[in-house]
Design a protein around this ligand. Structure first.
Ligand code: CMC
Length: 434
């Protein structure tokens, strides 16, 4: 392969066949340019090979930009640090969905719309009764979010922009309600209905922590901290969960089914499930003096164990979300007068790992999941709820990317190819002769 000067093409020559083709290089507004290989198979009879999509752009997008080397994350061009400091989750939702920050009237209407979609169809309650009490909240989320398709037929026509908008609003609004119901179910308490006089994060806290028998006042410090967590998790370009939503969406599946698919992908410990694993890991370490042993294990090539909350496919210097959340976790614990001994273990783990040649060489830094667990724990959430909280924040990103996909005329059904390495051309052998 040779790049031909600066004229934005790449020439590919197949030494076996002598065939040659010139491929255009596309430049976005920022980030690495991409080679447009769409004609490669037609012209050369070649596919590309990139397991894990380490160098593959699957779409064009205007939603979120990440510069992994410089630790930059922007939603619609706005730096995450500015949004974390000055904005709130509802405004960020509007921004991600519509491309621009709302004016006062647009904000009011949007917030009103989301607030008024928070209740779920009463028959949906029957689904919860079918789960075991100890079901993981993400298992419930995968099932119940998918089941929304069976309840909201008036918003499943993906070719109708109004249907798409209503489904988007419903998903953002109902995700906290479903997650809170999963929590209540697991602890054997009655479901709490949403309260329309509360903000998005405060309402979720109320649905999770209030009981009908007494008044519950949401702590504004906690509500603000949770709102921040939702902002930081709102979108992250073409990560595994979002790519799953897009892949499902490319088949024409309805938005509720697509977001259920996103929940399933997010659940994995390499992705959103890492926040749960971080707390389990820190609890297992227990005290600062045991940190070196864990780091040793993480470095051992014969041990599959990895330090959860460390490393990222894209961020290779620091995760900007981790910086914001580390400070927020510290501030929140201080404001609430809480002391979590695991915080000391975390700080020590971070210190030891960041000074270790193995982590330095591989450019492994704490990611967003490393510190979010402390905040969620201090807010009274059990560890299995952590990934469900991630899913709530990420729903707006999923739905914004899904809408972008549906409106993109260049998108086709996502159908990767393969390098086949199996047996070919065998004749069937009857069982009696095997
Ligand atoms: N602990 C120890 N070693 C690690 C870690 C880790 N957390 N992460 C990567 N490595 C090593 C890995 O073994 C490999 O070493 P070598 O070159 O000797 O084979 C090298 O670093 C490169 O790793 P990779 O697996 O090729 O990197 P990746 O881009 O495929 O994986 C990752 C990225 C996030 C899945 C991975 O770093 C990881 O498993 N981290 C722990 C789980 C985690 O915290 N996930 C949350 C990610 S942020 C939230 C989200 O987006 O969901």
């Amino acid at each position: 392969m040779s790049t031909s000067g600066t004229n934005h093409t790449v020439t590919i020559k197949d030494s076996a066949t002598g065939k040659e083709t010139v491929l255009p290089v596309m430049h976005g507004t920022a980030g690495a340019p991409v080679i447009d290989i769409r004609s490669l198979y037609k012209d050369m009879g070649l596919f590309t090979y990139d397991p894990g999509y380490t160098a593959t752009g699957s779409c064009q997008s205007k939603v979120t930009y990440i510069d992994g080397d410089n630790g930059i994350l922007q939603y619609r061009g706005y730096p995450i640090e500015q949004l974390a400091e000055h904005s709130n989750y509802m405004e960020v939702c509007y921004l991600l969905m519509n491309g621009e920050l709302p004016n006062a009237a647009q904000y009011k209407t949007f917030e009103h719309t989301i607030t008024n979609h928070t209740m779920v169809h009463d028959q949906l309650v029957n689904f919860f009764r079918g789960f075991r009490r100890d079901a993981h909240p993400m298992a419930i989320l995968c099932g119940v979010v998918g089941a929304l398709s069976a309840f909201y037929h008036d918003s499943t026509d993906i070719d109708d922009p109004h249907h798409r908008m209503v489904a988007s609003h419903r998903l953002i609004a109902k995700m906290p309600t479903i997650a809170a119901m999963a929590h209540k179910y697991s602890i054997g308490q009655p479901f709490m209905y949403p309260k329309n006089n509360l903000g998005y994060a405060a309402n979720f806290l109320h649905m999770c922590h209030a009981v009908p028998a007494e008044e519950y006042k949401v702590n504004p410090v906690v509500a603000k901290a949770l709102d921040l967590i939702f902002i930081l998790h709102a979108d992250h370009e073409q990560n595994a969960g979002t790519s799953t939503v897009r892949l499902a969406g490319s088949t024409g599946a309805n938005p509720f089914a697509c977001i259920a698919a996103g929940c399933a992908a997010l659940w994995g410990p390499s992705h959103g499930g890492a926040n749960e694993e971080v707390l389990k890991m820190l609890t297992e370490i227990g005290t600062k003096d045991r940190v070196p042993d864990m780091v040793k294990r993480a470095k051992d090539p014969d041990d599959p164990f990895r330090l959860f909350g460390f490393g990222h496919r894209v961020y290779k210097n620091f995760d900007p979300r981790a910086k914001v959340i580390q400070k927020a976790a510290h501030d929140m614990l201080e404001e609430l007068g809480l002391h979590d001994p695991l915080m000391e273990v975390a700080l020590e783990l971070e210190r030891v790992a960041l000074e270790d040649e193995y982590f330095i060489k591989r450019r492994l830094y704490p990611n967003v999941d490393f510190y979010s667990g402390f905040m969620l724990k201090a807010m009274g959430f059990p560890v299995p709820m952590f990934t469900a909280l991630f899913a709530i924040g990420r729903t707006v990103g999923w739905i914004s990317q899904w809408n972008e996909l549906i409106e993109d005329p260049s998108q086709k059904i996502n159908r990767p190819r393969q390098l086949y390495n199996g047996v070919i051309d065998r004749n069937y052998v009857p069982m009696s002769q095997r």
